[in-house]
Design a protein around this ligand. Sequence first.
Ligand SMILES: NC(=O)C1=CN([C@@H]2O[C@H](COP(=O)(O)OP(=O)(O)OC[C@H]3O[C@@H](n4cnc5c(N)ncnc54)[C@H](O)[C@@H]3O)[C@@H](O)[C@H]2O)[C@H](O)CC1
Length: 525
Amino acid sequence: MSVEELRRVAVAGSAVRAAEAPLLAAGRGPAMMRDAAWALAEHAAALLRARGPVAGTTVAALVGPGNNGGDALFALAFLRRRGVAAVAVPVRHDDDGAPRWHAEGWAALRAAGGRRADAVPAAAALVIDGMLGTGFAGELTLPPAARALPRDAVVLACDVPSGVDADTGEVRGEALRADATVTFGALKTGLLVGEGAALAGEVHPVDIGLGPQLPTSPAARLRLADEAAVRAAHPAPAPDAHKYTRGLVAVAAGSPRYPGAAVLSCSGALHAGAGMVHHAGPEATRDRVLAEHPEALVSTEGPAPDRADAWVAGPGLDTQDDARRRWEGVLSALAERPEAALVADASALELVTAAQLRALREAGTPVVLTPHAGEWARLRERLPADGADAADPLAALRAWSAAHGATVLLKGPRTLTVQPDGEAWLVADGGPELAMGGTGDVLAGALGAVLAADVARRSRARRAGQAPGPVPTAALAAAAAWLHARAGAEQARAGRLTTRTLPAALGAVTARLWRAGDEDGRTRG
Ligand SMILES: NC(=O)C1=CN([C@@H]2O[C@H](COP(=O)(O)OP(=O)(O)OC[C@H]3O[C@@H](n4cnc5c(N)ncnc54)[C@H](O)[C@@H]3O)[C@@H](O)[C@H]2O)[C@H](O)CC1
């Protein structure tokens, strides 16, 4: 795994331990520990330097009994050589009161002039959390020394904040919140999902030579969405593009009771670059959509099935009967063109059945469900799957997606997209500015546009006798979530805080993404 990839792919903490094992068996442990400790010391010095001179400051470490503590002790020894007053605070002791910690690490620190204390000195400007890393098991009760840290001290976690499960991000018992985490060998999933994401602070992965040992299967990795990945999934239109090669999105959304959902979904699709949007809905919503987007097509039933490259179904549908009739109309259209994609959002998440998902899977229709946390809980209850009740959010998503054959985009401050083969993406760019009514409608539309563009691109290539490999649906979904998250952040920066202007912000993010690709001379879609 390249250093660049190290920053964009996470694996479970247990997978890092497994990757370390053969190197430890080959006697590489001490060298790896030195590499880890050196990187930890470097980051500690950088954090100190941001606040003033390094020499003369006091740095303490809470030191646990294992190799995590070893890293911290060697890091203190390196810092000592930069003029730092280095203090090691053991958190576990033997019956005779002697510290239970990494003997070589303590010997190195003592040789460098470091000292031991029973508590973190009040003068400590930075505290290294070296209590527990990937060896954490069971529950943690924070020791007294971890409860009395100087108020202004920066906390730097060694590998994983103590008390956080490096696989799942779960906290069992108590955990120590960090301002930053230096993690070794690979980004760990537990630092990016669950409570671990909030407790880790700024995460810095460090290469200690595990690359060839790390897992390569899609189901063992969590990819992080960034601009390059989004542009690869949602490239700018080809120079010879026309409205149909850019993808036609059919939008079955909105109702006399919720007309705005139709407008917002169509807006999201248009601003994410759809070549055409065709709204299927009642007169009340058709007029509203046309008033906002004269370029949109509207009708009661939507486009001819062979025209739609993606369907967006569910936002703002009305009563059960009306919603069910329109939902089944979408499924009928997809049965006539199975290669078209489907976004099932809002009401559609309450309507979709296991049999319908099975039929869509058998037909080869790419399906993305877009629940928020509450809808996800109801979906798993209504359509259960073995393993989908796991505490590990990623494992639960992977189990449900594999069982039902559909990709899930689980909305939240950190959005996860997972497809049936286990490939998973994380969009960590979202923020509370998106936590308001209607933003999900915009995302559903934008996702429809990204999926439609991919379907149209592949159809066009096939007609030209080419056989392009599919872009993973989870990557396409992550691309839409990334555009949406960036649009929300852009809105917040500009002081615009309503959903009404979110589509235009999403359009600006899309245009900038494609312009940047042009400027770098990247290939077009
Ligand atoms: N091995 C290497 O060369 C490298 C290791 N690295 C660092 O080492 C840790 C993993 O070390 P390990 O000793 O396996 O585990 P920990 O230090 O995290 O802790 C094990 C230690 O803690 C006790 N313990 C476990 N759970 C609890 C609990 N709930 N309450 C109290 N105590 C607990 C357990 O009994 C053990 O004694 C890894 O994170 C890295 O920091 C580097 O990767 C460099 C190479």
